[in-house]
Write a protein that binds this ligand. Structure first.
Ligand code: ADP
Length: 496
């Protein structure tokens, strides 16, 4: 070792000698200034015992594999020293052939040019990424001084934040600052990242709502500052609030509407029910008057009785229709699979006399099976087809066409559109909505019989099944009533 001696002692690179068992026997003068351990700290101790277990294992394997012929070996490694700091090292070691003593030279490795370019590239990409974020990204030191911010906060110039004392806290609404200070202290003491919502107070005294994440910045094991990533939620929160209020208003209106509808329906039901009794009396006494005293009455008297009976009959029709209409909502619907072809056949059989009298032609396509209340379906077709015959043009025999088309939604048919069209008198566009109202009629009774309840009933039936009805028509050009109904009843549809 003698001729090695001066080189070992004088080397600018830290070096040490290990006996074959890995115990430090000599340390040169450069070791302490570089790594902080004095000769006394090291000599007589196993080198690997000074390192954390994982690092010790890695370095131990390398030393054990040193060739016995004295050839030197190099290792570029990152070693975590006892104080937790990482050091990039270039190690060179050789084993003396005879004694097995290991000479180890350690040089602190500086990042080479290639690595520096690589890191600079990462830096540029990182800057670009942070710049493009719509969130604000703010870094600070341990005292809460803002060091960087990726873009300007509206109304708060960046130079009022960067480098200013406590600038991490100044944009925050005063009453929320204590909570932020606590979070800040928590992050720098524990290294945890916190997520929270906070209010910013702008110089114009308006508030903004921000969702934030505050986390630590580490240098090795040491926390050197914080990073804050924060997102402006103000508009989103305002929109949510506006939507919440609108929904609340709609809910209130719906409740009011439901209440007044229920009251109206109860009124219609009670009124029509109670009117039946006095009406029956009028009919009964006018019948008796006619049967017993008709001979005694002069001609005008008989005419009066006749008119009275006609009026009573009309009142009876109105009451019956009103009762039927109000029962649509008061009675529970009974849904079942319904073959609409069978319903149509039954309706046409009921209307046989009328069809014949008017020499009407009915053309129907195959209709589907649907889930519905069978009585209501019968009522729907009955009303539409009898109207199509009733509102005929005097010079043309009625031709009524009934078609059906299944509407697919996401590949599967979920509803059916049925059209009942005629070649009758047609309806002016301005009445297309009105005719579905109760007691709405467009003609005098002398011209066309009816109470004006039929289409109101049709609309209520459609809505109760989750469907709809509308008309497409022009005066003199016939009418097409378009009914859309779901094929299945997923839930109970109740008219509000
Ligand atoms: P009603 O048939 O008892 O008069 P509806 O409620 O069934 O009552 O119809 C309301 C009004 O709509 C009718 O009075 C009529 O003016 C018009 N209407 C209904 N169906 C037709 C049709 N197919 N063609 C022309 N007008 C019609």
């Amino acid at each position: 070792m003698s001729y090695h001696e001066p080189i070992f002692a004088m080397s600018l690179d830290p070096a040490l000698l290990l006996d074959p068992q890995g115990v430090v026997t000599r340390v040169n003068a450069s070791w302490q200034p570089t790594f902080g351990h004095s000769a006394d700290d090291l000599v007589g101790k196993p080198l690997l015992g000074l390192l954390p277990p994982q690092e010790a294992e890695h370095l131990g394997q390398w030393l054990a594999a040193l060739p016995a012929d004295g050839g030197p070996q190099d290792l570029h490694t990152r070693v975590r020293a006892g104080n937790g700091e990482y050091r990039l090292l270039h190690l060179r070691a050789a084993r003396e052939p005879d004694s097995g003593v290991i000479c180890l030279i350690a040089r602190e490795r500086w990042v080479d040019e290639g690595e520096r370019d690589h890191l600079r590239g990462i830096g540029h990409r990182w800057d670009a990424l942070v710049h493009c974020l719509s969130d604000f990204v703010v870094t600070s030191d341990l005292e809460g001084v803002v060091l960087t911010i990726n873009r300007e906060v509206p109304g708060i110039p960046t130079d009022q934040l960067v480098g200013r004392p406590e600038s991490m806290f100044t944009p925050i609404a005063p009453d929320e600052r204590p909570a932020l200070r606590q979070r800040f202290a928590h992050v720098i003491h524990t290294g945890e990242t916190l997520t929270y919502e906070t209010q910013v107070l702008y110089p114009d005294n308006t508030y903004g709502t921000f969702e934030s994440r505050l986390g630590p910045i580490f240098d090795g094991a040491t926390i050197t500052g914080t990073v804050l990533v924060t997102r402006d939620l103000t508009r989103q929160r305002q929109a949510e609030e506006a939507r919440r209020m609108a929904e609340q208003q709609i809910r209130e209106y719906t409740i009011q509407l439901e209440r007044s509808n229920r009251e109206l329906e109860r009124f219609a039901s009670v009124a029509s029910h109670d009117l039946q009794e006095p009406l029956r009396k009028i009919q009964a006494f006018s019948d008796r008057l006619r049967q017993k005293y008709e001979e005694l009455l002069p001609e005008p008297g008989r005419d009066y009785v006749n008119r009275m009976q006609e009026a009573a009959k009309r009142m009876q029709d109105l009451i019956n229709d009103l009762l039927m209409f109000s029962r649509l909502t008061t009675k529970e619907q009974r849904h079942a699979p319904v073959n609409l072809n069978k319903i149509l056949t039954a309706v046409l059989s009921d209307l046989e006399v009328r069809v014949e009298e008017n020499e009407a032609k009915i053309e129907a396509e195959g209709l589907p099976m649907i889930e519905a209340d069978p009585m209501h379906m019968r009522q729907l077709f009955q009303n539409l087809i009898s109207n199509a015959i009733k509102f005929r043009r005097p010079d043309k025999a009625p031709v009524v066409k009934i078609t059906a088309e299944e509407l697919p939604a996401r590949g599967r048919a979920t509803s059916v559109i049925m059209r009942v069209s005629d070649n009758g008198i047609g309806i002016d566009a301005k009445y297309h909505e009105r005719i579905f109202g109760i007691f709405e009629r467009l003609h005098s009774r002398g011209k066309y019989e009816g109470t004006g309840v039929g289409l109101a009933v049709c609309r209520k039936i459609c809505e109760q099944h989750g469907g709809s009805i509308r008309v497409d028509s022009e005066t003199g050009e016939g009418s097409t009533f378009i009914v859309e109904l779901p094929l299945r009843q997923e839930r109970k549809h109740q008219y509000p």
